[in-house]
Ligand binder design. Structure first.
Ligand SMILES: [Zn+2]
Length: 470
């Protein structure tokens, strides 16, 4: 139903809403910056990834075949520093938080990504890009690594609308080396210190800089040019600017990306989230208190480009709205309606059209949601007058089901984790032993199950298995 006409998206590069035209027929290649896996993801990350999940799913409903690619930054300074603090290897730390990231995404029903690509799985591609930048004269080597010379790239600053000088002021604090040609030059390949992880390269052992992994990964899967690049607003500079400088210098093809989409920032009670202000909310903390459905709804309620302020009052309001929605769905899916009047049917197709034109206008989700609530109001009014027909109820339900393939908060069911077969086998064995009266062996199996991360609770109806949360 969503597959009808062209839609518009706001492009950060041109600072305009433009008609979305895929490079190839109905195929869209979309890349979104993924997490740096050194800690639990926070609600700001959730905001970005839920927004792009909705964007991707809407495009798919419109008939586009979307290849949604996301990188995982599993090597960088933050990871190395945290690993040192925790006294674990950087590999164990990054694997752990990668797993936690996927767990959060699964809970939030963010499941549209086609391919996740780790930086460390693409060292060969990264080295190849650095090599070509050196050959073309866009990069140079100094004592601590290989750097990009921003003065060589004439379009530098075109995404963030900064001049090279403004860029220099902002970057100098991040990539500091006195030998750099320009203050704004950024690192492509870092020579490793003795106790740091390292990979072989033509210039000596080292590790990649941050910006280079994205273009190495997108070049591998998409080629030098593709349709959509997404990410949070605060990545525009220097990160996305650097990506353009790298890829366009290497390929000579412009533009690397047709449409740059950026999500707005998330604040907590009006303040930017930061470790020092202690107002940092991880997704996990949020989910200890509220449902993943509420977070998904709360994000979709806002336009992806708008700032979101996180506070209890607004969450409470969102909760009320979900209750209203649930009440309505319950009513129309369970009741049998026998309309006693002959008023004209509710124009449900008209609401569908309104919904589509809101979404086609740069994914205007708040407007699209208001269309749903308008329909709920109208239908509730009819129900109170005993004027809703069964046909209308069914049509509304079908419409909401289609909408939920994109929004994912209307018919939200908590995902039950499957208990592994090995655990089930042990549970059965333990039951058998208990029946035979061998409680000592049964307890040993219980301990083994616990070691594997599960807990058995013996109830009248038999054993209940629960996953232990650490
Ligand atoms: Zn990135």
């Amino acid at each position: 139903m969503f597959f009808n006409k062209a839609m518009k998206v706001y492009n950060t590069l041109t600072q305009k809403k433009e008609i979305l035209r895929a490079r190839k027929d109905k195929e869209i290649k979309m890349f979104v910056c993924g997490p740096t896996v050194y800690d639990f993801s926070h609600v700001g990350h959730a905001r970005t990834y839920i927004s792009f999940d909705v964007i991707c799913k809407y495009l798919r409903e419109k008939g586009y075949k979307v290849f949604y690619l996301q990188n995982i930054t599993d090597i960088d300074d933050k990871i190395l520093n945290r690993a040192k603090e925790e006294k674990v290897s950087w590999k164990i730390l990054s694997k752990k938080f990668e797993k936690e990231y996927f767990k959060d995404m699964k809970a939030l029903k963010v499941d549209s990504v086609t391919k996740y690509a780790r930086a460390t799985d693409h060292i060969k591609e990264i080295i190849s890009q650095v090599k070509r930048l050196l050959e073309k004269g866009f990069a140079y080597q100094i004592s601590d690594g290989i750097y990009y010379d921003i003065s060589k790239f004439k379009d530098y600053g075109k995404l963030s609308k900064r001049t090279v000088l403004q860029a220099e002021d902002a970057v100098s604090r991040i990539d500091e080396s006195v030998e750099k040609k320009n203050k704004g030059d950024f690192c492509l390949w870092k020579f490793s210190k003795p106790d740091e992880p390292k990979w072989k390269s033509p210039w000596g052992e080292g590790r990649p800089g941050w910006h280079i992994e994205d273009t190495a990964i997108t070049e591998k899967f998409f080629g030098p040019q593709y349709d959509i690049h997404g990410g949070a607003r605060d990545l525009i500079f220097p990160h996305h600017e650097a990506e353009i400088a790298q890829m366009e210098a290497i390929s000579g093809k412009v533009p690397m990306v047709r449409y740059w989409l950026h999500t707005g920032l998330l604040t907590v009670k009006g303040q930017k989230m930061s470790k020092s202000l202690k107002n940092f909310i991880t997704i996990r903390e949020f989910l200890n208190k509220y449902s993943p459905r509420l977070l998904r709804f709360f994000v979709v309620k806002h336009h992806y480009r708008s700032p979101i302020d996180f506070n209890e009052e607004k969450l409470f309001q969102a909760k009320k709205e979900l209750e209203k929605l649930d009440e309505f769905i319950e009513k129309i899916s369970k009741s049998k309606f026998k309309s006693k009047t002959s008023t004209p049917l509710l124009p449900i197709k008209k609401y569908e059209k309104k919904f589509i034109s809101a979404m086609d206008d740069d994914f205007n989700t708040p407007k699209a949601i208001s269309v749903l609530f308008e329909l709920i109001r109208k239908a509730n009014h009819r129900i109170s007058k005993e004027a809703l027909t069964q046909k209308e109820a069914q049509e509304i339900l079908n419409f909401f089901k289609k909408v939920d393939r994109v929004f994912g908060f209307i018919f939200f069911k908590k995902i039950k984790e499957k208990i592994p077969e090995e655990i089930m086998r042990l549970v059965k064995e333990r039951e058998k032993l208990r029946k035979e009266g061998d409680f000592e062996s049964a307890d040993k199996i219980r301990a083994k199950i616990k070691e594997m991360g599960y807990w058995i609770e013996d109830t009248k109806k038999g054993p209940r298995i629960k996953k232990l949360e650490f």
